[in-house]
Design a protein around this ligand. Structure first.
Ligand code: ACO
Length: 380
């Protein structure tokens, strides 16, 4: 939206359409409905890569050689166990706390514990990125378990990132179709140019603050339902609707109440989110695996109704919410799963911002009272 005031000829609310910097990390192209990570279509990466390979690609610009992948896997597996200080702080938080608040607090603790936090060299920041990459699954998995009165599950270093994450959460490794759907979701969530949370991380980095602070701020931005919080909100919508035959009437009521329908619409994509078909295919496999045609019918009914009524397409959160539900994650854990994935993109952006930093400090148009003065105090 563009508005005009006397003080400034053009204001772009929400920075809509404003290009603020260059990036070599990903390209979102709404015209061709495509998303590239370092030049590779995300669909190809989702079909052929492990999440570890995609993390390396985002950080380094190239897919890893066998030796580079082995190095990353070794470093990640060595740091998977929940650090004692992090566990102590998580245990001190109430189980009524939102899991996003827990994960945000955990990243603060990891940063406060790290003697290299202030070291802004690329090598140090890369090591911090790998540390967060390795630690976040332990935090998210343990937080879900403690809410159910379950013990911590120690990591297994014979499993890859996605399988180990599920192992630490559920105490078992699910069937390959489930691990694969989870891997695909992690790859699709990893990076999306200057979205709100990534931009937050870049703003914080531009002040020469540290990488952990940037990630803490990004988590705060991701929590909101207009951004990452939507995957959780989609499941609440499904619970509220109940079944496919209620979808149309529910939508009419919700739109009449001027509600935003979670999991639909996007600031950049106006004809459909490039990531949805890949995640929907993974969701279809989960629906067949868990024999939940009712969930698929509800999904299709709401999408059909929304497209017919508003011509607004689903975004990635629409298929990933029910996919995470079928995998067994608590609804409140969905957005922390997004954090565990997006931390790869955020940290790549932190390092890119530092390569050619300029303090991010926009202007505003003042619309408050004109200059005025306090009355002189009465003299006695
Ligand atoms: N439900 C109902 N109406 C919608 C929706 C929606 N989900 N999305 C857009 N619209 C309508 C708006 O009301 C507006 O209508 P109007 O012109 O009559 O006022 C029009 O479409 C344009 O929408 P804007 O809000 O201006 O679009 P914007 O680019 O600012 O918003 C956003 C994008 C925030 C994602 C919006 O579509 C939304 O709120 N969606 C629901 C939340 C959501 O799913 N977020 C996830 C984003 S993707 C991700 O994080 C992976």
């Amino acid at each position: 939206m563009t508005t005009q005031t006397q003080a400034d000829p053009e204001i772009r609310k929400g920075l809509a359409g404003v290009v603020v910097d260059t990036t070599a990390i990903s390209k979102v192209n709404p015209e061709t409905n495509s998303l590239l990570y370092r030049g590779y279509p995300v669909q190809e990466l989702a079909a052929r890569c492990s999440f570890e390979e995609v993390a390396h690609l985002l950080w380094h610009g190239e897919l890893p050689t066998a030796a580079e992948l082995a190095d990353l896997e070794r470093a990640e597996r060595a740091q998977r166990a929940l650090a004692p200080n992090v566990r102590a702080v998580v245990d001190a938080l109430p189980t009524t706390a939102h899991p996003m608040d827990v994960v945000r607090t955990a990243v603060s603790v990891i940063g406060a514990d790290d003697p290299t936090t202030a070291d802004a060299s690329r090598a140090a920041n890369l090591a911090k990125a790998v540390r967060l990459f390795a630690q976040l699954p332990a935090v998210v998995a343990y937080d879900q378990r403690r809410r159910h009165g379950q013990e911590l599950v120690a990591p297994r270093d014979d499993l890859d990132y996605a399988a180990n994450f599920l192992w630490m959460t559920f105490g078992e490794v699910p069937d390959a179709v489930v691990v694969d759907a989870f891997r695909v979701s992690l790859i699709l969530y990893a990076e999306h140019s200057f979205n709100a949370s990534t931009f937050t991380a870049r703003v914080i980095t531009s002040t020469l603050s540290d990488l952990y602070s940037a990630v803490v701020g990004a988590i705060g931005a991701l929590k909101g339902p207009l951004h990452g919080g939507a995957n959780e909100a989609v499941m609440h919508v499904f619970d509220e609707i109940g079944s496919a035959d209620e979808a149309e009437a529910w939508l009419e009521r919700a739109l009449a109440e001027k509600r935003k329908i979670m999991g639909f619409g996007h600031r950049v994509y106006k004809n459909g989110d490039s990531r949805v078909p890949t995640m929907k295919a993974a969701l279809d496999k989960l629906v067949a695996h868990y024999d939940r045609p009712d969930l698929a019918a509800l999904y299709d009914a709401l999408e059909r109704a929304m497209v017919a009524r508003k011509n607004i397409q689903p975004n990635l959160d629409y298929p990933s919410g029910p996919a995470y539900h079928l995998m067994g994650f608590d609804t409140a854990t969905f957005t922390p799963l997004f954090v565990a994935s997006r931390v790869t993109g955020w940290t790549a952006h932190v390092m890119e911002q530092l390569e050619a930093n300029a303090l991010i400090r926009p202007l505003s148009a003042y619309v408050g009272p004109a200059e005025r003065h306090m009355e002189e105090p009465a003299t006695a």
